[in-house]
Every structure is written in C-alpha cells, then in structure tokens.
Ligand binder design. Structure first.
Ligand code: URA
Length: 217
C-alpha cells in the first residue's frame, strides 16, 4: 500500500451532517459559507449514482456548469468524458463533483472568465465534498487537479511526485492523484499528457482496495 507520509489531515474536520445526497444538496442550495454564492447563478452539486464505487472531484463549476446546474458539462467535461471512455470507465457509473460548488469568475465584457478559487474558499467548501464522501463511501476518489488535491489531501501533497499514485489518508477513502482535464485544453503538445491522464483513469477503473491484514484467515 502506498501510504504517503505527507498526506495532511482532511481539510474539513467538520462536515455537513446528512444521511443522503438529496438532503445534502438541499442544504447546499442555501450555502453562504464563502462569498462565491453572491455572483454565481446557482450551486452546482455533485451528481451520479449513490452506489458509485468511484468519485471524481474537480475544481469548481465553469461557465456552462453554472448555467446548467450540473458538473463537467462544458469543454473540460466533454474531454473528461472521452478520456473516461478510453480508460474503460463509464461516467454514468461514477459520482462527479467539485471541491468548490459555486462558479468563481472575473467579468470581461459579456464573458465570465474562470478565476481560480483561493485556499480559503477551498477550505470553506471542503465541508461539502467531505460530506458527500461520508454518504457515498466510495472505494476510490480521483482528485482532478490542484484544488481537489488540496481539498482532499491537504496542502503538502504535490502533483509531482504523486501523480498517478493512490494515497491513503486516515479514515477516508483512498485518493488517486492526477491532473485536471482543463490542463489538456490549455497546453499545446498534449499527446503525452493525455495518454498519461487516460492511464491514470484506467488505474482508477482497475483499482481493487487492498485486503486488510486482520481480515485474512
Ligand atoms: N471544471 C471543473 O473542475 N468542474 C466542472 O464541473 C467543470 C469544469
């Protein structure tokens, strides 16, 4: 088992209390834990089957997600869908959510340009993905990019050298560390990075939780 010494405590030491995703979503509709709710159209909560074995965590909703009220339906989501398919993972069997639930943007004329959530916003919002994981209890969580990594594993875990590795935070599901698909939309020579991303997702598809020593006969 790859237990990384540098996995910090979960950011959300306290999380929302609910027995179901429906109840959490209901509570989150009124979320004012940080200021991002003020300018966003709506909260974009996670979606997918509650029996999902794999949970994918992104950064925050983008412009299209903010309008649609659903995660990963814009350009990064379409690319993620193609990579998931290549990796043998069916999106319809995964729960997909974000570290931050409201769209943060800078207005530029008629456009709304993505703005990265800061550490304080990620910490305030970690309450929600923490609560989603408590309800879902997946076998594996995939951290897509830096904000998800920060929310799930704390500030000390870096992409290099952990990319493609599965880390085991205490009392939480294992987390596979990888890039965010929007990175692939930004870079020019993407073939190697895309292949590695699909390989990371394939690793998630193939993952079987390690058998605990005390559960062996
Ligand atoms: N990027 C994310 O991190 N999440 C989304 O839902 C869309 C784009």
């Amino acid at each position: 088992m790859n237990i990384a010494a540098n996995v910090g405590p979960a950011l959300a030491l306290e999380v929302a209390d609910a027995d179901s995703i429906a109840e959490l979503r209901h509570q989150a509709d009124r979320c004012t834990r940080c200021d991002l709710y003020r300018n966003a159209t709506q909260i974009v909560f996670g979606e997918g089957p509650v029996k999902s074995e794999i949970v994918l965590v992104g950064e925050q909703p983008g412009d299209e997600e903010d309008l649609a009220g659903r995660p990963f339906v814009g350009p990064a989501g379409r690319l993620l869908d193609r990579c998931l398919e290549e990796a043998g993972l069916d999106r319809r069997r995964c729960y997909i959510t974000n570290a931050v639930k409201h769209f943060k943007f800078t207005p530029r004329g008629k456009r709304r340009l993505h703005a990265k959530p800061n550490a304080g916003e990620i910490r305030r919002c970690a309450w929600w993905p923490g609560a989603e994981l408590n309800v879902l209890q997946p076998k594996l969580v995939v951290a897509l990019g830096a904000s998800a990594r920060y929310a799930l594993l704390g500030p000390r875990v870096k992409l290099t050298p952990e990319r493609g590795h599965i880390l085991y935070p205490a009392n939480r599901p294992p987390v596979l560390v990888t890039i965010h698909p929007s990175y692939l939309l930004r870079i020019r020579d993407k073939e190697d990075q895309r292949r590695d991303f699909v390989s990371d997702l394939h690793k998630a598809a193939e993952f079987r939780p390690p058998v605990k020593a005390d559960s062996q006969p």
